[in-house]
Design a protein around this ligand. Sequence first.
Ligand code: FAD
Length: 303
Amino acid sequence: MNKEIYEDILNIISQESKVFEKEPMSKHTSFKIGGPADIYIIAKRLEDIEKILEYVNKNKIELTIVGNGTNLLIKDNGIRGITLKPELDNLKINENTGIATVGSGITLTFLAQKLLKKELTGFEFASGIPGTIGGAIKMNAGAHGREMKDVVISTKYITLDGEIKEIDNQLHKFEYRRSVFEDEKGIILETKLKLEKGNFDEIKNIMTEYANYRKSSQPLEFPSAGSTFKRGNGFITAKLIDECGLKGYNVGGAEVSEKHAGFIINKGKATAEEVLKLIGIIKQKVKEKFGYDIQLEIKIIGE
Ligand SMILES: Cc1cc2nc3c(=O)[nH]c(=O)nc-3n(C[C@H](O)[C@H](O)[C@H](O)COP(=O)(O)OP(=O)(O)OC[C@H]3O[C@@H](n4cnc5c(N)ncnc54)[C@H](O)[C@@H]3O)c2cc1C
């Protein structure tokens, strides 16, 4: 069955896009965890995405969308059906208007460097977030007091039925680490952002300051998916985890970072099962000591 799907996909997509069979998702997540995707596709063109949607609808195949895999815990038995990474890399920056039109596969770090070169300010906050524009829009990614909500003009996406739509900022329903795309199961294609005219050295200094802050406060030397839990309503989750004495606590290769209690790190060969067990323990300890039900920021997918 998978072989058949693999060959069908190979026949319908362009040569720029790629398809893999039984692809270990540990190769495509920042956690370096995740079993095989039956079929994994990196789609470079809109037409390929349209054809894949038509194919999955016709054949009733399960479809999972991933970006750079930096906010994901993929389970050890992997993902059934088709896993699609849209890697649209179109980019147009108008330095006069400050408007950037960005394909959803572009990474935030790459975009931040391009905007720096054009001396456009307002995106420095995202320069150290390792995801793509698609993932950042869905998650309303943010740092240093700003989030995607502050820079988005509009987003173009394709519904699972193949209809292309465009929504303005308001319709994204941006909230803390969520957007309308939690409910609207479309594929984000492209986003328009609004930046302001700035000064090269000032932008660069801010980006360097943020990068240094990250290096000193986050365990960037280990694989992770960033902050495991969301910030709480009126409390800082990482602080509560620390106060439970959980820094350095581990289940197999999954460990609460000594450097930042909000991060679970992969010390080598962690499995998703170990991470999930550790998440359960953290939740339970925080509930017992403080009475709060803490919420996951990372997304868990697969079997
Ligand atoms: C070291 C580290 C530091 C981090 N720091 C921050 C931080 O400061 N702030 C922050 O907000 N996050 C942070 N993150 C988390 C993560 O980088 C962000 O959530 C990022 O926006 C996820 O983007 P992604 O492309 O990796 O998406 P993925 O993790 O691959 O996917 C996330 C979600 O977006 C969906 N998705 C992805 N692309 C598309 C698309 N084109 N269309 C529709 N849906 C899509 C997926 O289905 C999934 O539900 C950090 C992660 C790491 C590893």
